[in-house]
Design a protein around this ligand. Structure first.
Ligand code: ADP
Ligand code: ZN
Length: 730
């Protein structure tokens, strides 16, 4: 057989595994041969590991020591374009290829032979002897109400060995069944009638459809105020992709993955799409992974990791709320899903739609430069109008110490209450108070492991570190001076604001939305749906509420501290504040009733606050762009962060200094290195962190230079180095 990419039994092949090795390993093709891209089980030492046939073997090993692959797994081989994507993404993010492959093989049980696909669910009987381990297994099954799991999943989730599960099977407390074949997803019908579009919307939809039909890669920035109907428009593009027999992917920030969104998809396409998110069960993930690979899931709606699913023919990627910072994965492989979406599309010949009311400066600049097409929806749909935006000058308000809602804002909320409309009070701070101060010695309570304050969480009755998650009881005595009863909360957090609102508006129904207050994403989603249905008068929220939710009864947004994001030296602070404030304000007046947004500020003449109020968007972007250009930073220059960490500060700084001195590789491309300086968070979980920032001219081969620069580094002891291309803060 001389089919391209086919290897006969015994041929030398190179296999990329998910193990942290420098390069693919050579093996002999197994019985029956294999194609390039095949998922295989490879022997490695005493273990069996998952791998992908990457190409012909290199043959630079002693052939007699080369082992044969165990078997080819029963899933579709990895497509050539997926392999290219992983290679290019690894090169871009300076991530080892095996770590990249791990992102693409997040289908649990991928390596299980069909005979092992037994599933386990509640059996009904009580075991004759209840141990703690057994109780944990049953609790998991009960918690997931009726769902079934594989043996490995169930044992892992309950933290027991598989023999515990088997024991419960014997006692009929757990039932063992053959796993059903993966259920196909219901067929989506692009030809169902959509909503009649406005002229603006129809024009945008036409343009997206034309792009799809022209074939090949292209990215469009779809800009439009919240409520303009961007979703309606891009769903038309999704329909067109499906009509062409291609697959589509809609990426959303995790929190925007709500039932409301799926219902809208269902209304347009007649059925629910595949939904990929961190809360999905492993069984469901496995099903999606396989169905996507077979081309039988036409549309996936998912969080950023959905980008690594093995689509058979991906024609369209939507990145909704493209400016959202949660698209950047901040641990493990550091990648920005928005940028990786563009990369993936350019490799597989797909179209990308970046949708936002407040695009990132990167995307705005790409549109300006003509790299992206730009479509704009200028008005809100129907009778909905943009909220009136006003500042409340806190310097002129009669303020009471410890009270954060100004008289003007209080009157506005009271007015909404009498009219039966909803208000949103926004504060971007979790917990009760950001600082716990000792009135005797003036010291604050900090985290023992991080360079961060402990934040009081009154609902949890604990202090919490927002960096490492460590909590401890709220002490009675000051840990610094030992004086009792003098610790006091300083400044507002969402819980404190909720307390104030309850006291100020005793008759109102409050809904407090902060990630700490919900045990699960599901509980949070339910609460959001209740609010949308009008089951609250005042919503009190952190930036959780800023994203994409639709609350038709909401007509007032009050921002407690609009200045919060403007402090600090981060060059992106203005952009972030502008985006956040416009997004939050956009929650008001999304239906027929007009909305109003009131921003409490101490500096109403600050240029960013003025830009937010004035709605002079283009002017704001242009001014921002000019500043970034002058500073030579993204999107007009390139940046990378190198974070070094270790248990002792000394060696970490030493390594940083050594790197900073030996910067020849960087100078060759005209790049500069800054630092080492303490990282934005200088200590996390007891590890000292130091950052070097590299700034390079726009066209420079930054990754190559960094790779050469850090190549000689040998990390001793517990030192670690990670590279962050395009860091979020600089
Ligand atoms: P965006 O995504 O820009 O924030 P949406 O697509 O969510 O805006 O639209 C805002 C609201 O207006 C939604 O409730 C949506 O169903 C409605 N809407 C938008 N366009 C239309 C249309 N052409 N016909 C009917 N309703 C529409
Ligand atoms: Zn901590």
């Amino acid at each position: 057989m001389d089919e391209p990419g086919y290897f006969q039994q015994g041929d030398l092949v190179s296999v990329l595994t998910t193990q942290p090795l420098d390069r693919p390993l050579d093996y002999l093709a197994p019985e029956g041969g294999c194609f390039a891209g095949a998922f295989v089980e490879a022997p490695l030492g005493p273990r069996k590991v998952l791998g992908v046939v990457w190409g012909p073997g290199r043959g630079d090993f002693d052939r007699s020591k080369i082992r044969s692959l165990n078997r080819v797994l029963d899933v579709a081989p990895m497509r050539e374009e997926m392999r290219s994507f992983l290679i290019r993404a690894a090169d871009y993010t300076l991530t080892p290829l095996p770590a990249m492959l791990r992102l693409a093989t997040r289908a649990p049980g991928l390596g299980d032979p069909p005979s092992m696909r037994k599933i386990y669910r509640l059996g009904g009987a009580e075991p004759d002897r209840m141990t703690e381990a057994r109780a944990r297994v049953l609790a998991v099954l009960r918690d997931y109400g009726g769902l079934a799991f594989t043996l490995r999943e169930l044992a892992e989730m309950a933290g027991v060995t598989s023999s515990v599960v088997k024991g419960l099977v014997k006692q009929c407390a757990v039932r063992e069944e053959d796993s059903p074949r993966d259920l196909p997803f219901p067929h989506l019908d692009p030809d169902l009638p959509g909503k009649p579009l406005t002229a603006d919307q129809a024009q945008a939809a036409d343009s997206l459809r034309a792009g799809l039909r022209s074939g090949g890669y292209g990215t469009t920035l779809l800009k439009g105020v919240t409520g303009a109907g961007k979703t309606e428009v891009y769903l038309e593009a999704v329909a067109e992709a499906l009509r062409m027999g291609r697959q589509a992917l809609v990426l959303l920030p995790e929190i925007a993955l709500t039932a409301e969104f799926l219902t809208r998809v269902e209304a347009r396409l007649g059925a629910r799409p595949a939904e990929w998110h961190s809360g999905a069960t492993m069984t469901e993930r496995r099903r999606i992974w396989r169905m996507v690979g077979q081309g039988e899931a036409q549309l996936v709606v998912g969080a950023r990791s959905a980008l690594f699913l093995p689509f058979r023919d991906l024609g369209l990627i939507i990145v909704d709320e493209e400016h959202d910072t949660s698209y950047k994965q901040e641990d493990g492989v550091l990648y920005n899903a928005r940028d990786m979406a563009v990369l993936r599309a350019s490799i597989c010949g797909a179209r990308v739609v970046l949708a936002s009311a407040t695009p990132s400066l990167e995307s705005w600049a790409n549109a300006e430069a003509g790299k992206y097409l730009r479509l704009e929806l200028s008005a809100r749909f129907g009778a909905a109008t943009l909220p009136e935006m006003r500042a409340i000058d806190m310097r002129a308000e009669a303020l009471t110490p410890g009270i954060w809602i100004s008289p003007t804002l209080r009157a506005a909320v009271a007015d909404r209450l009498t009219r039966g409309e909803q208000s949103l009070l926004f504060i971007n701070r979790r917990g009760y108070a950001p600082v716990t101060l000792c009135r005797a010695c003036g010291q604050q309570i900090g985290c023992d492991h991080c360079d961060a304050r402990m934040v009081e969480h009154r609902f949890l009755k604990r202090l919490m570190c927002h960096q490492c998650g460590e909590t401890k009881p709220i002490p009675d005595t000051c840990p610094h001076c030992g004086v009792e009863g003098k610790l006091a909360p300083v400044g507002p957090g969402i819980e404190r604001l909720a307390e104030e609102a309850a006291a100020t508006f005793p008759e109102a129904r409050l809904a407090v939305l902060s990630s700490d207050l919900f045990g699960s994403a599901r509980a949070l989603k339910e609460r959001i749906e209740q609010i949308a249905a009008g089951e609250a008068d005042i919503v009190i929220g952190t930036q959780l509420v800023a994203k994409g939710h639709n609350f038709p009864q909401l007509t007032l947004v009050g921002v407690i501290d609009a200045d919060l994001g403007l402090q600090g030296s981060d060059l992106r602070a203005a952009e972030r504040t502008f985006q956040l404030m416009r997004q939050v304000a956009g929650r008001a007046g999304r239906a027929e009733k007009p909305g109003q947004a009131l921003l409490q500020t101490h500096q109403p003449e600050h240029p960013v606050i003025r830009a937010i109020l004035g709605g002079e968007e283009e002017g704001f972007w242009r001014a921002e762009a000019a500043e970034r250009q002058a500073a030579g930073v993204p999107p007009y220059g390139r940046m990378a962060g190198i974070v070094l960490s270790g248990p002792e500060a000394g060696p970490v700084f030493d390594l940083g200094n050594k790197l900073a001195r030996n910067d020849a590789a960087l100078r060759q491309i005209g790049a500069q290195v800054f630092g080492p300086a303490p990282a934005p968070i200088a200590r996390i979980r007891g590890r000292h962190r130091v950052r070097l920032l590299v700034k390079a001219p726009k066209g420079a081969a930054l990754q190559e230079a960094i790779a050469r620069w850090i190549a000689p580094v040998r990390l001793k002891g517990d030192l670690r180095l990670s590279v962050d291309i395009d860091p979020q803060s600089f």
